[in-house]
Write a protein that binds this ligand. Sequence first.
Ligand SMILES: C=C(O[C@@H]1C=C(C(=O)O)C=C[C@H]1O)C(=O)O
Length: 161
Amino acid sequence: SSVTSVSLEELSSALNERMLLMPAVAGYKAQHHLPVEDLSREKVVIDGMRQNAQDAGLASDTVVPFVHALMNAGKAIQYRCLADWLATPQARVHVTELADTRQKIQQTDNRLMTAISQRLMAGSFTEADMAWLISQMTAPGLSAADKNNLLSALSRIERAS
Ligand SMILES: C=C(O[C@@H]1C=C(C(=O)O)C=C[C@H]1O)C(=O)O
């Protein structure tokens, strides 16, 4: 149905937009000599996502592996950016405030939970959905394994009963 394809497109754009925000986060951290991994921020993201999931009618426990996969992919992109900037420091991006970028990340996370819940109202993800989603994950710096981990965690998300 059109609801299905609209929510799948929304899921895919929110996912890509989230990944495209990672170079700005990495650029800020490089400039301020901060590590990529920020566990206190990860706790905030997980708690926020659980709340978003619950508000969207999802079983919040089932989104946690997906959130970890999102953050792993986000960190992987950042490490790849940092590695690239060793050879071409002039290519380093962004003087964007971290708080502003994180606010944008939070908005994509909210959209993700809503779109996933909408899509699951029509039933589970199909093989065709998964193949389409993989083909649409075009943000630079994602490996095939990152994409597979994201989709396998996505397929474990359930609506609240
Ligand atoms: C994106 C960031 O970098 C890492 C990835 C996170 C994420 O994907 O949400 C959260 C915390 C960090 O470990 C960040 O610090 O905001």
